[in-house]
Structures are given as structure tokens and as C-alpha cells.
Design a protein around this ligand. Structure first.
Ligand SMILES: [Zn+2]
Ligand SMILES: [Zn+2]
Length: 137
């Protein structure tokens, strides 16, 4: 009986080891996605919408503002899926600064310039925002 259990454990280790390797292989190199002329989404090769679509690298598609298609679930650029520590930043759309939500200056932003976002820090900087010098987000 003991032997059976240890055999089973070995088997598990082999399987999980294997899984790790193959997922590493697929993340090698840049990913290719497909965008259509009129659409705002990017797709995988197999998606029905990709028939009349152009090839693009995942990075280019993300930079150009395309969103992942909900149907075919294409890969997402790693920068965007930091779901371990999801931080909400507060934007001042007038001064182009971003704050932590509990910053005293964030609370002073007038409601028409006030915007909350779950975008990553680097995405905000790419979009032209700069970090508040007070709360240093
Ligand atoms: Zn699609
Ligand atoms: Zn601040």
C-alpha cells in the first residue's frame, strides 16, 4: 500500500514537472495576434473574427490600444495582468498626475478631473501620467 502511494507521488511530480516545461516553451518569443481593420479587439488565429485580420505582435496590438477578444481569449501582455497586488490609482485628468487613493491631494481633485484606474504604474506613465511627488505611487 505504501509503495502504491509513493508511486502515485512520483507520478504527480512527473506530471507537474512536465506542465511547467511546456508552458515555458509556449511563452518563448513574441506572440502573434490578429487585428481587424475596423475592430477594437485582437484575436487568436483560430477566432472566427480573425479571417480578415492582419497579423500583429501582441506588444504592438496592446500598444495600439486593442483589447483581447472575449470569445477567443488571446494572450494578454504580462504588464497588464499583475493581479497579485491590484492597486487602484487615482488620476487627475487635468494635471496628468496619479496618486494612491488615500493621498491627501487625491482627495482634493475636483470631481470632473477625478478618475480611478486599475492600470499598472508603467501603463499610466506610458499614457503620459506622472507620479505624485507627495504620495509617491
Ligand atoms: Zn476573437
Ligand atoms: Zn498624491
Amino acid at each position: 500500500m505504501k509503495r502504491a502511494v509513493s508511486l502515485f507521488l512520483c507520478f504527480l511530480i512527473v506530471i507537474t514537472g512536465f506542465g511547467g516545461k511546456s508552458s515555458q516553451n509556449t511563452s518563448d518569443g513574441s506572440k502573434t495576434v490578429y487585428v481587424t481593420k475596423t475592430g477594437t479587439k485582437y484575436h487568436t488565429e483560430k477566432c472566427q473574427y480573425a479571417k480578415s485580420a492582419k497579423k500583429k505582435s501582441l506588444e504592438d496590438a496592446t500598444d495600439a490600444g486593442y483589447d483581447p477578444c472575449k470569445k477567443c481569449k488571446p494572450p494578454i501582455l504580462e504588464e497588464d495582468d499583475d493581479d497579485d497586488d491590484e492597486v487602484t490609482y487615482v488620476l487627475n485628468t487635468s494635471t496628468k498626475k496619479f496618486h494612491y487613493a488615500d493621498c491627501t491631494y487625491a482627495k482634493k481633485i475636483s470631481s470632473k478631473n477625478y478618475k480611478e484606474t486599475s492600470k499598472s504604474r508603467s501603463a499610466l506613465i506610458k499614457a503620459g501620467y506622472s507620479a505624485c511627488g507627495h504620495c509617491k505611487p
